[in-house]
Design a protein around this ligand. Structure first.
Ligand SMILES: *Cc1c(COP(=O)(O)O)cnc(C)c1O
Length: 439
């Protein structure tokens, strides 16, 4: 039977070109290792919700306050998603309409700031996100961003450094007087404790936003401390560790609800994607189950095993390790000549998918880099454990060491395929199948 990438294979067959591409992508996701830290395998229920007739409905506005008729059912869908988001995270208010994490951040800034206001956020080249004030992002054109960074690396194994420098955050808060402090990162392998950020924000009368895009699933599953109730606003994505459809959400206190809602619509977006909102509702419910708690704990265990395996191969880990779903590696001690770009490309050819990433004080450009970012969230969903993570680490090192030898790379590719075959992410998705049992 042929592998399928959708629960609606029979209907997609009406467009053979798109059907073929979806099938090819299902093959790629199932036969190569998915180690991109911001990706996951969503459930068949999420896929089905996103593929539903809810995509047909225009529903500008919010439940009970829509601009178009016919929104009785859509109101219930969005209410359900909002209620579940609040229950999952213990939030007073949830906006589930942001089309993506970037939109959620823009809306939060628009709700909390005036143009020109100062925002203190994490340096991009040390783990921050584009929407935290990159010169390439519109955020930096509207608001004035000041960046904090990490402590320097040290040779002391007990205190390896490269963690958020709270002394620097506090000092910058004092001198720059930001209206808003942003906590959260896109390439940071440690727990981000919201408490010291809250203390610093309070000491200068700043608001605190926590960008939970990456660890939302770890917080939902109880593996990381929650910033909800500590930060004024929490933004998140639903498609990273939370394992839902591609999208964003905002959680906030009741007194900020109106400002947040108006910033999302009509401030930033038009009609919401209610089929995706339904998928978000599904993932919020999934994240409330004991199985998801076990998943979040397994992600952390697996990432630790991956990190230990890489370290054993002589690959340096930024900050000396990991507490979350990702590791950031510095390739220079392993091979001074090897760039992140070349490593990403050679691993890709061996069926190992990850991304190059700048490391703190990277001497190379953001396009070339000296580092790699790897995550275990997706393959943990597929059922892999610490044993497989150790094997993956060894395969990565073998691939990088023998990157000029086609034969050796072919052998790695075959072992990767074997490993993937034992952990199919969508065993229920084959052409003609109807069941949704998850293996
Ligand atoms: C991924 C990410 C975002 C943006 O998410 P998109 O859905 O890609 O727009 C925002 N902030 C952080 C910290 C992220 O990691």
């Amino acid at each position: 039977m042929r592998r399928s990438g959708t629960p609606f294979d029979a209907w997609l067959a009406d467009d053979p070109e798109v059907a073929d591409l979806v099938g090819q992508e299902a093959d790629r996701q199932s036969t190569t290792l998915q180690l991109i830290a911001s990706e996951n395998f969503t459930s068949p229920a999420v896929l089905a919700a996103v593929g539903s007739v809810l995509t047909n409905k225009y529903s500008e506005g919010y439940p009970g306050r829509r601009y178009y008729g016919g929104n009785r059912v859509i109101d219930e869908v969005e209410e359900l998603a909002r209620r579940r988001a609040c229950a999952l995270f213990g939030a007073e208010h949830a906006n589930v309409q942001p089309h993506a994490g970037a939109n959620a951040n823009l809306a939060a800034y628009q709700a909390l700031l005036q143009p020109g206001d100062t925002v203190l956020a994490m340096r991009l080249d040390q783990g921050g996100h584009l929407t935290h004030g990159s010169p390439a992002s519109i955020t930096s054109h509207i608001w004035r961003f000041v960046a904090y960074g990490l402590t320097p690396a040290s040779d002391d194994p007990e205190a390896p450094g490269e963690v958020i420098d709270f002394d620097q955050v506090a000092a910058l808060a004092k001198t720059e007087r930001p209206k808003l402090i942003v906590a959260g990162a896109t390439a940071y392998p440690r727990v981000i404790d919201p408490e010291p950020f809250r203390e610093i924000a309070d000491s200068v009368g700043a608001l605190l936003m926590f960008d939970l895009a990456h660890p939302a699933g770890l917080v939902a599953g109880g593996a990381h401390p929650s910033p909800v109730g500590i930060a004024d606003v929490v933004t998140l994505t639903t498609h990273k560790t939370l394992r839902g459809p591609r999208g964003g959400a905002i959680l906030c206190r009741a007194d900020l609800a109106k400002a947040i809602d108006s910033a999302v619509f009509p401030g930033l977006q038009g009609g919401p994607l209610e089929h995706v909102v339904a998928g978000k509702a599904v993932c919020f419910a999934e994240a409330m189950t004991p199985a998801f708690r076990a998943y979040a704990a397994a992600v952390v265990d697996n990432t630790r095993a991956l990190a230990a395996g890489l370290a054993a191969e002589g690959i340096r880990l930024v900050s000396g390790g990991t507490d979350n779903h990702l590791v950031l590696v510095d390739l220079r001690p392993f091979d001074a000549e090897l760039t992140g770009k070349e490593a990403q490309e050679v691993l890709d050819r061996s069926g190992i998918t990850l991304n190059r990433n700048t490391i703190p004080d990277d001497p190379r450009s953001a396009f070339v880099t000296s580092g790699l970012r790897l995550g275990a969230a997706a393959e943990t969903t597929a059922g892999m454990g610490p044993g497989e993570m150790a094997r993956i680490a060894a395969l990565i090192a073998r691939c990088l060491r023998s990157r000029a030898e086609e034969e050796a790379l072919g052998a790695v590719r075959r072992e990767v395929a074997e490993l993937c075959a034992a952990f199919p992410p969508y065993p229920m998705l084959v052409s003609g199948a109807t069941g949704t049992e998850r293996g």
